[in-house]
Design a protein around this ligand. Sequence first.
Ligand code: FES
Length: 334
Amino acid sequence: MRLDRLSPANIRVIMSQHTPERIDVWLTQIRLEADDVASYEFRPVGSPDLPAFEAGAHIDLHLPENRVRSYSLVNDPQERHRYVIAVQREAAGRGGSAWMHSVPRVGDRFTISLPQNDFALCENAPESIFICGGIGITPVVSMIRRLERVGAPWHLHYAARERMRAAYVDDLAKVAGADSRVSMYFQNEDQRLDVRHLVERVSAGAHLYCCGPRGMVDDFIDACAEHPQEQVHFERFAAANEAANEGGFEVVLHRDGRRIAVSPGKTILDALLDHGVDVQYACSAGVCGTCRVGVIDGVPDHRDDFLSTEEKAGNCAVMVCCSGSLSSTLVLDL
Ligand code: FES
């Protein structure tokens, strides 16, 4: 299991470990959805339709400098002529979101993966309850559009720091119509979303979905401990643990014998990139699996949510974006 308490089927990691098939698309629209949140519409190159996708699916966007970023599709899964994603500018991020907010222009050509879905929707649940925070709304937008199409009941609880930062509020209000199926909670207006309280009130057969910041997802997992786990679904944008950046050890590149010191404040990935080592990475948060590297000797300090408990115990691999080392030297299969 990738996490101790829930089955991997319920966890939507940001990117699959396996390299999916890629396609080229045109960027056809950029739209501001909220403060620091922009949406990007992509249309196919050379064919009328894009591959179909399911609600909750995501695509990987291939950016310059070997960066890959995964984003949920927010449009109606019924649509075949376009994919739409939304990106929140992250001041503390690794630059992918800042790049997305400043460089791309309509008419640019992008390479993306085919959609993958690790956060699947149960369409025939008697009720679907969504609990979201901030940019965690994105996969849920397409899920709600889908539930509307099949006429299934849903309710959304959506927390944001302030109104101006809450994306897709108007779209969702339109979808919900006159019904009060969207409950908003704005932190700056002292409206608190009490995850445990919400979970305790759901009906027996309800499926619960959560996507948002680390603290919200942790609360959700705790609150759902007694709920049937096949009805509990969540998505993390970051691993439950802080990244290891205490440094103070060396990594050895097995293939050429280079020794690279990982100094305090740096992750293994930082140190490798600083020394020009070509390592693929995407989420930089220990959830997607892209940066997995084999370990030949040494004991990693695993901080990710990607490797299984067994894989972590076996110490045969390490997610270099967030994990450190418990031994003074870590010999990597690089
Ligand atoms: S880059 Fe995603 S797990 Fe390391």
